[in-house]
Design a binder for this molecule. Sequence first.
Ligand SMILES: Cc1cc2nc3c(=O)[nH]c(=O)nc-3n(C[C@H](O)[C@H](O)[C@H](O)COP(=O)(O)O)c2cc1C
Length: 301
Amino acid sequence: MKIYFAPMEGITDGILRQAHNRIFGGIDVYCLPFHKLTHTMTLTAREKRDISPEENEGLNVLPQALTRDPGQLTDWLRRVSGYGYSAADLNIGCPSPTVTKRGRGSGMLRDPDYLRAFLDEVFSVEPPVSLPGKTRIGYESAEEWPELLALLAVYPFAHVTVHVRTMREQYTGGIHPEAFDLALREGLPHPVYNGDLRTVRDADALLNRCPGTEAVMIGRGLLADPALARRIRGGAAAGEDELKAWYTALYEGWRDRFHATLALGRIKKLMEHPAGEDIRKKRLLRRADSIESCIDAVLGG
Ligand SMILES: Cc1cc2nc3c(=O)[nH]c(=O)nc-3n(C[C@H](O)[C@H](O)[C@H](O)COP(=O)(O)O)c2cc1C
């Protein structure tokens, strides 16, 4: 089974991808957070760096675009091809209000007629690189999924990642695993399961229920346990030295790239995931003023 590291804007940058691959591994594809395309087609400095081959040396990565304009998408796919990548993802799932109010991301799910016209045009010629998509299962309600699924299944996506939530459910509402079962049954091209895989047991439960699962995408589960992909493949749990090396590499990478204050804020946010619901760890983490005290807060007894 293939394992994708989910794109997480503001978190999964090149520093994190390289450190993760070096220390833990177990990932087939690292997904890049979306590039928000505009009519000028200029990428931000962050986007340019994120997609550059130097930033991703030695990694298998999948860039992603957020747009509702077929011309913009095709131009960007050509650019992605110029960078030497062979596939790029279309974001049809982002639930952020600033994105959906412009009809992008999961905003496209609200208007199936537009989505169909958009995809008709995108696939009217062969895309310059292979094109997967990443979707949610509806805008308002999971009842929209059968119709959306039938719409998406018509197009030659390389694969389709299904985050089994609606736009309304954002990131914390309950998941709808049965929507993935339906995607497998109804012949969506190469569906990739996504949503709340936090433990090896979660992955086993999915595989027991859907033995035909070819691939999964994991986001927050890998922030909480960076060895999760390796463990799903039967490998070792994260050792204390590995975890220390991981948090230190992230902090130092961000400090050298940005600034110590920003790096500390960023690592504290990321370490809320391994701290989980432990009130004491969370309190210590909030008060921490150095990478050492962050590590003590989360890994200390
Ligand atoms: C902070 C944050 C940023 C995200 N950024 C993106 C993004 O740029 N593109 C995207 O397709 N999904 C994005 N997502 C969604 C994740 O890729 C993933 O679909 C979601 O977190 C559910 O998977 P999980 O339960 O394994 O975390 C983001 C999620 C979070 C929490």
